[in-house]
Design a protein around this ligand. Structure first.
Ligand code: HSE
Length: 435
């Protein structure tokens, strides 16, 4: 059996995991793939690290371009990350007729349309299971397992760092900034945690899932993104009193006139399975018209969980690389000429329910004034708590859950509430999904 030759770009956490798992499970993987999958070259700027991980068993180079142009390489595994040199390397690999396996969600969400078009033209595969939710085979599920379905919506906890932070904020009642420091000390959050905590990483992943769920191009620039850095642990506590958990969700929903694509902290009923996904774990809930709801759960990051997804792609590519490109699973699940340019709706057009917290004067008629504004806007109240004013305090908190309404309608009502002289400061608004 002639081995298939792999060039590995980047031997950090995921690259190291890929090397280790591929070696440890070589026999079983070969039995599945039909031929050995052999890493022949590793490219990394840190040659000492590459030598340490590989034990010097393979060729090492600090010049990744020499790998993507090497005629002896069949598959390039890109684990460098980011949109810079990784994009050049992936396009160069495709140009040189190599199949590509990548874990790079940022690259695909932002430049995926260009990359898939290039791959299509060249008849090569670009596989990206590891780009979304690490070890969970969600791309396989969406692209193949659920192919009979009209997918209606999906919602995922697709960033482990923020889920860890939210779990800790709820468990310990601590503020965001304090838990972030703990997450950094434990190695969950990066030194610059912006992409994680501001929801950008989750939006990259939601963008990729929306494309393969609905057969639309990648439209990351149209995604609505709100992270958790401004979330107050007070709201996590109030949500809990009302029977809800707050999770950072990536949501893609089909609507008549477009799709919703959004990432934001979201109240979810605590009885839902996904509301109980804690710590750094990931989960994705997908609603198909035939199958109903299906839930996928597992580790969304880490060396071997992510390697599991990278190697699954390597096996897929190994099995299919001699097949006629026309008969392979299309990159974005739908045949390339069937990808439809459906618009992503602006956040003002999104329809959802809301959690509203406002600080008000504790005197007669205040609640009546607020509920009148909501009634005028046809916003129905689902639940309400009014806290007793603390000793010596003239103000108190009112917390309301509303039924569904368009975001622009909710915003207009909130502006009117904030203008009431009895309301102090801004109304805190969080979105809520019953899933
Ligand atoms: N930084 C991501 C997370 C893992 O915290 O889930 C890689 O996608």
């Amino acid at each position: 059996m002639k081995p298939i030759n792999v060039g590995l770009l980047g031997i950090g956490t995921v690259g190291g995991g890929t090397y280790t798992v591929l070696k440890r499970n070589a026999e079983e993987i070969t039995r599945r793939a039909g031929r050995p999958i052999r890493i022949v070259t590793v490219a990394d700027k840190n040659l000492a690290l590459a030598r340490q991980v590989t034990g010097g068993e393979v060729e090492l180079t600090d010049d990744a371009f020499s790998v993507v142009t090497d005629p002896g390489i069949d598959i390039v595994v890109e684990l460098i990350g980011g949109y810079g040199v990784a994009k050049e390397l992936v396009l160069k690999a495709i140009e040189n007729g190599k199949h590509v396996v990548t874990a790079n969600k940022a690259l695909l969400a932002v430049h995926g349309n260009e990359i898939f078009a290039a791959a299509q033209k060249k008849g090569v595969m670009v596989a990206f299971e590891a780009a979304v939710a690490g070890g969970i085979p969600i791309i396989k599920a969406l692209r193949e397992g659920l192919t009979a379905n009209r997918i209606e919506w999906l919602a995922g906890i697709i960033n482990g760092t923020t889920n860890f932070i939210l779990s800790e904020m709820r468990d310990k009642g601590l503020p965001f900034a304090e838990v972030l420091k703990e997450a950094q000390a434990l190695g969950y959050a990066e030194a610059d945690p912006t992409f994680d905590v501001e929801g950008v990483d989750a939006a990259h992943k939601a963008t990729i899932m929306s494309a393969i769920a609905f057969g639309i191009p990648m439209q990351f620039d149209k995604a609505y993104i709100e992270g958790i850095s401004k979330l107050d642990s007070v709201d996590i506590g109030y949500a809990e009193q009302l029977g809800y958990r707050i999770k950072l969700l990536g949501i893609a929903r089909r609507r008549e006139n477009g799709v919703e694509l959004r990432v934001h902290p979201t109240l979810i009923p605590e009885k839902r399975l996904i509301a109980n996904v804690e710590g750094a774990m990931n989960a994705v809930l997908v609603q198909g018209d035939a199958v109903g709801a299906t839930l996928y759960y597992g580790k969304g990051a880490g060396a071997e969980p992510t390697a599991s997804a990278v190697i699954a792609d390597l096996v897929d590519v190994t099995r299919l690389h001699t097949s006629d490109p026309e008969h392979r699973v299309p990159h974005l699940a739908f045949q390339p000429d069937q990808v439809r340019d459906v618009p992503v709706l602006p956040i003002e057009e999104v329809v959802t329910s809301y959690y509203l917290r406002m600080r008000v004067e504790d005197k007669p008629g205040v609640l009546a004034d607020i509920t009148r504004i909501l009634a005028d806007s046809s916003i129905s109240i689902e639940a309400l708590i009014q806290k007793e004013a603390a000793e010596g305090e003239a103000h108190t908190d009112i917390i309301m859950l509303t039924h569904q309404t368009a975001e622009k309608n909710a915003n207009a009502a909130i502006a009117r509430i904030e203008a009431l002289p009895v309301v102090q400061g801004k109304v805190v608004k969080l979105r809520m999904e019953t899933l």
